[in-house]
Design a protein around this ligand. Structure first.
Ligand SMILES: C[S@@+](CC[C@H](N)C(=O)[O-])C[C@H]1O[C@@H](n2cnc3c(N)ncnc32)[C@H](O)[C@@H]1O
Length: 334
């Protein structure tokens, strides 16, 4: 799968600091209204949830094949071909979640489960296991030693660890993590409608303890760190904005401030392969230390270090090569 490449500039953290979210093209400047693209016609009420999920995932992943130069700019009305880049705009998500919220209120519908329930459950269970492994010092680094596990009593300790899900959407991943024993759970999304939906679903489903906040990961107001940060489809969406490459750099910079030292980031993507995510992180590490070292900065110099990835997703054959449509990768925050 082809991903959107990072620019070749030499100092990412400098670039990320210089180019603040305010400097970037805003949704308002672009004047693209997601409503005008008629989400309903693509995700109409005649389609069941599974079909909606498949269509939306298709849109998200096929958009990854577009070169940045293919994106249109400053258009009032996106043409049909440019529709997939709408997923990079907040106006798209505001409209999508407003509709999902209305569906929830009228029909009790849960709405989109991005990449499907299997991927979500897989991601949650796998994340818990990696987290436990790290805590038991089976991996090179580990979360804060005060949370170290005495062997044989793993689940009891999960409640002590803080989790942040960025771009949480309907917040179902946090519900899944709650079922597995985590209890300090926070979900953020820049779309207020998504946060309203996530809260409503959490109350309905018996998870009133999950916190949901409106927050833009690229300009975060959060003033605490978390031991685990999850992302399912958010970096993909961010990368689909016309300023995607620079926004991805800001994303990693922001994330590095939100994950506690020794904590984990777990990302699920359908736009980037495991190797592309690892390369992106390597480039970020390199730029953070000043761009003077080789790309594969490892050890204590690296901000993030690859830990593991899910190997059990179904694979498919495309263009002569076999790959998985979805990648989930864990990185350790040094
Ligand atoms: C593909 S959806 C995935 C939603 C959710 N993680 C899930 O798996 O159902 C992408 C999500 O990222 C959110 N998002 C995109 N850019 C964001 C940003 N800069 N800050 C916070 N949330 C963002 C969108 O509002 C949307 O909820």
């Amino acid at each position: 799968m082809a991903g959107i490449r990072l620019p070749e500039d030499s100092d990412v953290s400098q670039a990320a600091r210089q180019v603040t979210a305010v400097d970037l093209i805003s949704d308002d400047d672009r004047s693209i209204t997601a409503d005008s693209w008629s989400i309903k016609s693509d995700y109409g009420s005649t389609l069941d949830d599974e079909q909606r999920q498949a269509d939306a995932a298709e849109a998200l992943s096929s958009a990854a094949y577009r070169a940045p130069s293919d994106y249109s700019s400053d258009k009032d009305e996106p043409d049909e071909e440019a529709a997939s880049s709408m997923l990079g705009f907040q106006s798209y998500w505001d409209a999508a979640y407003a509709e999902e919220l209305a569906n929830f209120r009228e029909h009790g519908r849960t709405g989109e489960v991005w990449f499907g329930p299997d991927v979500m459950e897989n991601m949650a269970t796998w994340t818990k296991n990696v987290f436990l492994e790290i805590s038991q010092h089976n991996l090179p680094n580990h979360v804060d030693s005060s949370n170290c596990l005495p062997a044989g009593q793993p689940d009891k300790y999960l409640s002590g660890w803080s989790i942040l899900d960025v771009g949480t959407g309907n917040g179902l991943l946090l519900q899944e993590l709650s079922k597995l024993g985590f209890s300090d759970l926070t979900g953020t999304d820049y779309s207020e409608a998504a946060v309203d939906l996530a809260r409503s679903l959490a109350y309905r489903d018996g998870f009133p303890n999950i916190n949901f906040l409106v927050d833009d990961i690229l300009d975060t107001k959060l003033d605490r760190q978390f031991q685990l940060v999850t992302d399912k489809g958010t970096l993909d969406a961010i990368g689909l904005h016309p300023d995607g490459p620079i926004k991805r750099i800001i994303y990693w910079d922001s994330l590095s401030g939100l994950v506690a030292s020794g904590g984990l980031v777990v990302i699920t993507s359908c736009n980037s392969t495991k190797d592309e995510l690892i390369q992106e992180v390597a480039a970020f590490n390199q730029r953070r230390i000043g761009g003077s070292r080789e790309p594969d900065v490892v050890g204590s110099d690296a901000v993030f270090e690859y830990v593991d990835h899910i190997r059990t997703y179904p694979t498919l054959m495309f263009g002569g090569s076999v790959g998985s449509r979805v990648a989930t990768v864990a990185f350790l925050r040094n």
